[in-house]
Design a protein around this ligand. Structure first.
Ligand SMILES: [Zn+2]
Length: 302
């Protein structure tokens, strides 16, 4: 495709990200929201973006890093990402265990990837999550829009209990952006947190577009975090601008905001996410925490 947003040449882009890290004096980036999946699944996801499906809200979404897996891993390493995830998610029952098997293998052969797993409201969901935890999963992904399930579904109740007890963070796409789903928005997740107040939910995309409602959940529940994925970029600001009046709340939650990028499925170069955070003007201390320290603490990185 000719209209792909070409990232700057790799060396130039790596330089740009390195200057950002060096200026902040951080040993690397911790990116809690990156996607690695079995090739067959990833190609389906890409086809979905190409087809302007409901996942994109019908928006043109040319993927910047449509490359082979080893090349994508090398990109992240080149950016100095010292820990990242392999977020994957089922859209129907019977898939989670298979995806978790793939992710366990990926983590084994990719030491800088945090061992990631997923879940789905189905018979055996609790056992599936327990198996993943026993195998060493450190972080989970739940996708309320793609999975089209209610996170407060009673089949998930024991799952949330288990994950809360294990202290395992769950990156959850529960906001209604870029397109709403039947169960997206703050209310269903609010019901989950009312029952499991210590659950370490990481609300993806800063809760876009319901930013302020999800900030409210984080203010209310001390283990709730938010990831920055795609938020505040030019692309997202056009669709769902972050309300400027909420910036002080973003600043106050600075120890619970985590860098996320959505690499490789982004329609702009990786460095743009970093600049989108930098230009908020919340200061270098905030940036250091968000881009490295918060994630390093959450995942006990040495
Ligand atoms: Zn994502």
């Amino acid at each position: 495709m000719n209209d792909q947003p070409r990232p700057a040449d790799p060396a130039a882009e790596e330089d740009e990200v390195r200057r950002f890290r060096e200026r902040l004096g951080i040993p690397g980036l911790v990116d809690v929201h990156t996607h690695f999946m079995p090739e067959r699944v990833l190609h389906k996801v890409w086809a979905y973006f190409d087809g302007l499906g409901p996942l994109t809200g019908g928006i043109e979404w040319p993927i910047a890093y449509r490359e082979e897996e080893d090349r994508r891993i090398a990109r992240l390493r080149g950016f100095g990402v010292r820990a990242f995830t392999a977020l994957l998610y089922p859209h129907k029952p019977g898939m989670a265990a298979w995806l978790n098997g793939w992710a366990a293998d990926f983590a084994r052969r990719t030491p800088d990837c945090l061992h990631t797993a997923t879940l789905f409201p189905e018979e055996g969901a609790e056992a599936c999550v327990r198996t993943a935890l026993d195998a060493g999963a450190r972080v989970f992904k739940a996708h309320v829009q793609v999975g089209a399930y209610d996170p407060a579904d009673e089949l998930l109740d024991p799952v949330w209990g288990l994950l809360a007890e294990a202290g395992a963070p769950v990156v959850i796409h529960c906001g209604s952006g870029p397109a709403p789903g039947k169960h997206t928005g703050p209310a269903p997740v609010g019901r989950v947190l009312a029952r499991h107040p210590r659950l370490r939910l990481v609300v993806a995309h800063l809760g876009m577009p319901e930013y302020e409602d999800f900030l409210g959940l984080a203010e209310r529940y001390g283990q709730v975090r938010l990831d920055t994925t795609m938020a505040l970029t030019d692309f997202s600001e056009r669709l769902a601008p972050f309300p400027r009046r909420a910036l002080p709340r973003l600043a106050d939650l600075g120890d619970r905001i985590l860098l996320g990028s959505d690499f490789p499925n982004i329609p702009y170069p990786y460095a743009h996410q970093l600049h989108a955070l930098e230009r908020l003007g919340l200061g270098d201390g905030w940036l250091r925490a968000v881009c490295h320290d918060n994630g390093a603490r959450l995942f006990d990185l040495p």
